[in-house]
Structures are given as C-alpha cells and as structure tokens.
Design a protein around this ligand. Structure first.
Ligand SMILES: *Cc1c(COP(=O)(O)O)cnc(C)c1O
Length: 382
C-alpha cells in the first residue's frame, strides 16, 4: 500500500467497536477467522529476486524487523488512534524511549510535572548522560508552557489525565499554542489512562501518542507492552529505523494477546467507567476518605485517607481488590503511589503534587462493583 493509500485507508474509518471486534485478520492458507500465532523468528524467501527487492509492507524477513502478529496489533492501534503508523514495543518505557530517541545533546524538552514516575527517571538519565534539558510545567496556564519553549525545544510531553492526581489537559489548546510557537516541536501525549476509546490525541493536534499497553489496551494483567502512534510518515520512518535497530520490538506472542484484548476494549472501558463512577460516589461518602480524585471516565480513582494508619489498614485488609502495582486490567488493583509508582519522583515534588503517604490509587477492574464497594467498606472499617 502506498503512503497515500494508507492515509486514505485511515480516513475510511469504521466505527470504533467494529475496528476492535474485527481486529486480527491474517490472510493465510487455512483461512482462519481467529488470528493464528506465528512463533517463527524468521521467514523464508521464495527467491533471490524477492529478497533483493524486499517490500517490508508486503512480507516478512526476521522478527525483530517485521512480524505478522505485531503488524496486526500495530495496524489495529493505528486505526483506533486515527494515526498513520504504530509501533509495538516491549514495554511502555520502551515506547517512552522510542519517542525520545529523536533527541540530540543540547535539545530541550518541556514536560508536565505530573507524569508516570518512571518517565522522570529516564529524563534524569538523558539529562546526565546526553546533556538534554528537561523543564517542567505545572499544567495550569498554557501561556506558562509557551514561556518555557525556546528554539532548542524539540518535544512537549503530556499525560492526561495525569497519574495519579487525575488532572485533565486541553490537548487541542496546548498543541495549537506549541505549534504556533514552532510547528516542528513534537507534542507527545501519553494516552494510557483514557485509551483511544475516550481520547484520540492525534485528532486534537498532537504529533505522537504513547501507551503502556500493559494497562487498558492489554487489559488482563498478562502482558508488558508499549505503543507509539504517529501521523507523519517521515517521523514513522525514523522511529521504524530506531526500533528495529535497538530491537525492543514486541514479540508475536504478546502482539497476539494484545490484539485479542483490543477486540473487547470498548466494552471493557464502558464497564470500567460505569463501575468507577459508582465506586467514586461511594468513596465520596465513605468513612476515613478525605478527598476523591476521579475525572469521570475510565477506571482510575485516587483518594486521600485521613491517616497513615488507615492507609496501612486498607492495603492490608482488601480481599477482592489486590494490593499490586499496575492498572487497567480485569482484576482491581490498589497501590500507594508515594512508595510505588512514583518512588522515582523527587520527594519535594511528590509533596508539591499532592502525592502523599495518605494517597491511594485504585484501578477499578471488571468485577461486580457491589463486591468492590463491599470490599472497600470492610477495609475502611468504622
Ligand atoms: C505504566 C505506565 C507507563 C510505563 O509502562 P510499562 O509498560 O510499565 O513500561 C507509562 N505511562 C503510564 C501512564 C503508565 O501508567
């Protein structure tokens, strides 16, 4: 398919649920309806001529470079995000690294100050090893963000809603302001919490979308994966060369699991939202809960308890909900960001952002919400 045809294809969108349910056709001899898993590291060349004139859009050579199940997962997520091309990599952090791989020494990045904790650890590595400067914006006034931009700024890094304090950003307003300053600056949005079911950053003017596919897209707490989606064919080519070179590409097996999970993304997200709305309401009124942070969509709720003793009690006494450090799966998980996901954020910054030792983060799973409410009720005590 030519680049023009690919773009046209992306525009001829089916409805989201249809893209999801129909994901995974691989045309092979047995005509399976459900996608087979290709556990082959390499692929036969039918002739020298085919090998010399190899077209990577049409065939396969070696799994680091292109792989059938990975291709299906990538095409599905590209359609869901309404992007030109997607890259499936080994983890969300590998996706973060892929996006930042375009930076050179001396470049600058402006990021939101309230991000997934691991991002800051990688930012510090790039700062100390490669002399790349990272500036932080507090997510409030877009003019303040623009005032941090210089002729060295290459990327603006956003996450919305933010993790774990659930602040929402106006992606369109930010992308317009940044591109107005310099259209070459890449606006990158981590879309892990909302997924393309609720938010499609590329359609709002962003240049790059990042996912930890470990979370809602994988949805079953059984794969580790990351995705990057872009609109610009030249940027896609740059990322393709980088990912096949460093070899962080997603395996066929994980790609197969991911595509299987994407089929149910819409109904899972509907259920996560319905249950989380109910649980957020319960928490608002519950004993020992001081404040609830819930943006209204998807399944992530953060809440403050009135004492550290109560925090310990809840984490030690949940029975249906599991005390574990991830999100977006069928099983509800609860975590304490201060010690877990955000341990890599400077202590002073954690306090400033409100990531305290009394803040818990709940990922509402697919269980019956009444069982989850009963579990929280018994854990919170009198
Ligand atoms: C988990 C997470 C990441 C990192 O992804 P991994 O798959 O754990 O490497 C990045 N961003 C957000 C918002 C996350 O929740």
């Amino acid at each position: 398919m030519s680049q023009e045809e690919k773009k046209q294809d992306a525009k001829d969108q089916l409805a989201f649920a249809t893209i999801a349910a129909e994901a995974g056709s691989i045309k092979d001899g047995a005509n399976p309806v459900s996608q087979p898993i290709y556990l082959s590291a390499c692929y036969r060349h039918p002739s020298l001529d085919q090998a010399i004139n190899f077209d990577r859009l049409k065939g396969f050579t070696y799994s680091r470079v292109e792989a059938p199940n990975r291709k299906v997962a990538e095409e599905t997520i590209a359609k869901m995000e309404e992007g030109y091309q997607a890259f499936a990599v080994a983890s969300g952090m590998a996706a973060v690294q892929l996006v930042l791989s375009v930076l050179k020494s001396g470049d600058e990045v402006v990021s939101l100050d309230d991000l997934y904790g691991g991002d800051f650890r990688y930012f510090r590595h790039l700062e100390s090893h490669f002399g790349i400067a990272f500036k932080q914006w507090n997510g409030q006034k877009v003019e303040d963000l623009v005032s941090l931009l210089t002729d060295k700024t290459k990327i603006v890094w956003l996450e919305t809603p933010s993790n774990p304090t659930m602040k929402e950003l106006d992606i369109k307003k930010i992308a317009d302001a940044v591109h107005n300053f310099n259209e070459k600056i890449l606006v990158a949005v981590d879309n892990t919490f909302y997924t393309p079911y609720y938010q499609k950053p590329l359609t709002l003017g962003a240049d790059v979308v990042i996912h930890s596919a470990t979370k809602y897209l994988g949805g079953h707490n059984d794969i580790l994966g990351g995705l990057v989606v872009v609109n610009d064919p030249d940027l896609a080519d740059t990322y393709f060369q980088y990912t096949i070179t460093v070899g962080d590409t997603m395996s066929n097996f994980d790609s197969w699991l991911l595509t299987r999970s994407l089929k149910t993304l819409p109904i899972r997200m509907d259920r996560h939202t319905a249950s989380a709305q109910k649980i957020a309401k319960f928490l608002e009124m519950a004993n020992h809960v001081e404040k609830v942070l819930y943006p209204g969509k998807a399944g992530m709720i953060s809440f403050y308890l009135d004492s550290e003793a109560e925090v310990e009690r809840v984490l030690n006494s949940v029975k249906v909900i599991t005390f574990a450090e991830s999100l977006g799966g069928a099983e509800s998980l609860i975590t304490i960001p201060y010690y877990q996901t955000h341990d890599d954020v400077e202590a002073e910054q954690r306090v400033r952002l409100g990531i305290t030792t009394k803040l818990l983060r709940l990922s509402v799973g697919l269980e019956d919400p009444d069982d989850l409410i009963a579990d929280l009720k018994q854990a919170l005590g009198d």
